[in-house]
Design a protein around this ligand. Structure first.
Ligand SMILES: Cc1ncc(COP(=O)(O)O)c(C=O)c1O
Length: 511
């Protein structure tokens, strides 16, 4: 067969001094069953991995590479876009495409796995065996000083922390200046600032297709605050409150603090398991957009069945819409609240999309229930800071929040791709949010956490911590929100190196 190779020797110029040139041979095989875009992506990835192309080097323009290889420019553009999304390339506005700041330790590709030895996509955990973390899930340790040893930074791969170091400082200052222009108010609206509720209604309509008006919204200090007001309104001592298991421990704590009996409700890869939910729950807390921590997205059919269950039993579903803003390669699914506003209270927060310490979130509920919740808020003298609401309203009205979200979506997509690239098929629950799951045998986790810490990687979130009842599954919840792309690559490469030999030992013991 006559195989026509397309090859060229591209000259890539370093952008930093000294200005040197790299000759990069690229050859594509038109006859191969693999698409040219994929081939080109693979060639460039290999060149970056083996150091032929170095961090900071500039790639040729799509036009010139297409011309040199005699292929369509679309092929080059798509290959660049893919590499950009995976975090290999950096685009500097108006000045071309560059190899990103890469720290590569693992020789892994998505197709294989970075982890030596055979790595099953899933590994089961033994029932009831601890993994070294407190099963009840005490409060997460405070952030470390960020350094270890002689000033070396720890790489923080704990979930639940967004990236707060990259924001539009001018927009931030402008919003707070405008908030400071207003005199302090002594009688804040318990529903929240009307101007902010308008902006939130618009935000929910555009980003979540939820058709609500400002009158359906109460501004909270975040999800925890919203949960507590719902609990204080609906739960009486001894009422049964369902929580996902494994699930978000704050929901358990809040319901328990209000005197409820906690009922752990099992979840699987898709989210909460509806069949078998008890009929006597007063409320059920759930995370359908991205189950915390397993990462499932509740399919539409299950959403419908969940709402049928709630209508039949009279339970109120509390929908934590956390993570809905960050979605990768999957279409959005309608919020539960939109499917049945009477049975569902929706909770949202800026904790992840801006920063946790802004202390602004929202609660959407049917009119009667909202009135009751606002009444509870007044009884408890609970409120959201007026200046904070003003500042957030300004940022939302000017599009600053949308812009930040767009930028961060891209950044998180690249970090998530880096995690998947290094850890390969072990990763699950990665279609949304800022964390992924890696299921592992419970026995290998304590030493893994310890050694990771010694090597500068902070990982404290084990699946066991998120269980309320029996610990049925073990693994690590790996967050990529608060480490840079380079740190994420480096950190997960360490994790991969630590997992490999441990899994190999486990399988030797098993057989
Ligand atoms: C599942 C889940 N929901 C909500 C939040 C945010 O809560 P808050 O708005 O109270 O900061 C977190 C934070 O880690 C979370 O993990």
């Amino acid at each position: 067969m006559d195989i026509e190779n397309i090859s060229t020797s591209c000259r890539f110029r370093e952008t930093t001094l000294p200005r040197t040139y790299v000759d990069l041979p690229v050859s594509l095989d038109r006859e191969a069953p693999v698409a040219l875009t994929v081939q080109l992506g693979d060639r460039l990835r290999t060149a970056m991995r083996d150091g032929t192309l170095k961090s900071g080097e500039r790639l040729p323009s799509t036009r010139s590479l297409a011309r040199q290889l005699s292929i369509s420019r679309t092929v080059v553009t798509e290959a660049y876009q893919q590499l950009y999304a995976e975090g290999w390339l950096d685009g500097r506005h108006g000045s071309g495409t560059y190899v990103a700041d890469l720290v590569i330790h693992a020789p892994a590709a998505r197709s294989g796995s970075a982890v030596s030895g055979s790595v099953p996509a899933r590994t089961g955990g033994g029932h009831g065996t601890g993994d070294g973390s407190a099963p009840s899930g005490g409060p997460a340790a405070p952030l470390p000083a960020g350094t270890r040893g002689r000033g070396e930074r720890m790489i923080d791969l704990r979930p639940g922390h967004p990236w707060v170091r990259d924001y539009d400082q001018a927009a931030w200052r402008r919003a707070w200046r405008k908030a400071a222009d207003l005199p302090p108010g002594d009688r804040s609206d318990p529903y929240g600032l009307p101007r902010l509720r308008e902006a939130l209604a618009e935000h929910l309509r555009r980003t979540r297709a939820i058709a609500v008006g400002p009158e359906d919204i109460m501004v909270t200090r975040g999800t925890g605050n919203g949960l507590d007001l719902v609990a204080a309104t609906l739960l009486r001592a001894g009422d049964r409150a369902g929580v996902e298991d494994p699930g978000y421990r704050v929901a358990r704590n809040v319901f328990a603090a209000r005197g409820a009996e906690i009922v752990p409700c099992p979840v699987d890869e898709d989210g909460v398991v509806v069949d078998g939910l008890p009929d006597d729950l007063r409320v059920l807390y759930t995370t359908p957009a991205h189950q915390y921590p397993l990462g499932g997205r509740l399919p539409i059919s299950r959403r419908e069945r969940l709402l049928d269950w709630a209508r039949r039993t009279g339970a109120i579903v509390v929908e934590d819409d956390y993570d809905a803003e960050f979605r990768y390669d999957v279409a959005p699914l309608p919020a539960l609240h939109g499917l049945d506003p009477d049975r569902v209270v929706l909770l949202g927060t800026l904790s992840k999309s801006l920063a946790p310490d802004i202390g602004v979130g929202w609660l959407v509920a049917a009119p009667d229930l909202l009135t009751a919740i606002v009444g509870t808020r007044q009884d408890l003298s609970d409120r959201t800071s007026g200046p904070a609401q003003q500042a957030v309203a300004v940022m939302m009205e000017r599009g600053d929040v949308d812009r930040h979200l767009r930028r961060m979506r891209l950044e998180y997509a690249r970090r998530r791709a880096a995690v998947v690239d290094v850890l390969g098929p072990m990763v699950t629950g990665d279609t949304a949010g800022l964390h992924v799951m890696v299921e592992l045998p419970g026995g290998i986790i304590p030493s893994l956490l310890e050694e990771a810490r010694e090597r500068g990687v902070l990982l404290d979130s084990t699946l066991a911590r998120h269980h309320h009842g029996e610990v049925r599954r073990h693994g690590l919840v790996i967050g990529y929100g608060s480490a840079s792309l380079a740190e994420v690559r480096q950190g997960v490469a360490v994790v991969a190196e630590l997992i490999g030999p441990r899994l190999a030992d486990e399988s030797r013991v098993a057989f």
